[in-house]
Design a protein around this ligand. Structure first.
Ligand SMILES: [Zn+2]
Length: 243
């Protein structure tokens, strides 16, 4: 049997999933907003992995939270929300294939914190991906997103990383920069005109509806335990969710 490296997998992002990432980003950082008010956003990428065709298919993006200009902190309600989302996705045999976050004006890379965060995903799922979006790239006519994977998750925080090839639904690769620029400005205008409702709230509403419909109730107290003794890294905090 041929051993396949995870980076041979190609990522396919449904257009709607991509659009939701751009909306989420623009609701917390856009060109008409003062740079000092820009905030990073964080969400999950849902989908499935086709081992035969070697495609990672991202069917939806779930905007979860936003933070400061330089980072995002996960709080109790986000862990609880993620646990329910996980169950909701499992109904369709889907799961979190990775996560996305924005780097407004910060460039496309994985910071040390991002690597720690991503370890929690990639240790559990070797094909897990981290998508980073920086809307300011469109000014310089560059790709505003990159998708990363760690080279050697077993090296922990010292692991280096590489970019993974991706395609967005309905967008030709050689027209991608122009198309994304048009999509971005269109969405930005709608965000400024407040035509798009807060997207994080939409996710919470969707999950609440699903909880009611399916009568799902998780033992929420056990989902997130506050660490009293010593501060632990994001890796330990996120890990239980993705097992
Ligand atoms: Zn980051």
């Amino acid at each position: 049997m041929i051993k396949v490296d995870s980076d041979l997998f190609i990522i396919f992002i449904e257009y709607e999933a991509f659009r939701d990432i751009v909306i989420h980003t623009a609701q917390f950082a856009h060109f008409d907003m003062k740079v000092k008010n820009w905030k990073e956003v964080y969400g999950f990428l849902a989908g499935y992995i086709d081992e035969d065709t070697q495609w990672v298919h991202i069917t939806a993006a779930y905007p979860i939270t936003h933070g400061t200009h330089y980072g995002v902190e996960f709080k109790k309600q986000h862990y609880v929300l993620s646990a329910y989302l996980n169950l909701m996705l499992a109904e369709n045999e889907e799961f979190f294939v990775g996560w996305y976050h924005s780097h407004p004006g910060l460039d496309l890379f994985l910071s040390e914190t991002d690597i720690i965060n991503h370890l929690a995903y990639q240790i559990v799922n070797p094909r897990a991906i981290a998508l980073v979006f920086d809307h300011t790239k469109i000014i310089s006519k560059k790709h505003p997103l990159s998708i990363f994977q760690l080279d050697n998750p077993q090296y922990g925080i010292s692991s280096t990383y590489h970019e993974v090839e991706y395609y967005i639904g309905g967008i030709k690769k050689d027209e991608e920069i122009e198309r994304i620029r048009d999509i971005y400005y269109e969405i930005e205008a709608e965000v400024i005109a407040k035509k798009i409702p807060p997207i994080e709230k939409e996710v919470r509403t969707k999950v609440e509806k699903w909880k009611k419909k399916t009568k799902t109730k998780l033992p929420e107290k056990t989902l997130y335990k506050k660490k009293k003794r010593k501060k632990r890294g994001i890796k330990q905090k996120l890990e239980p969710l993705f097992k």
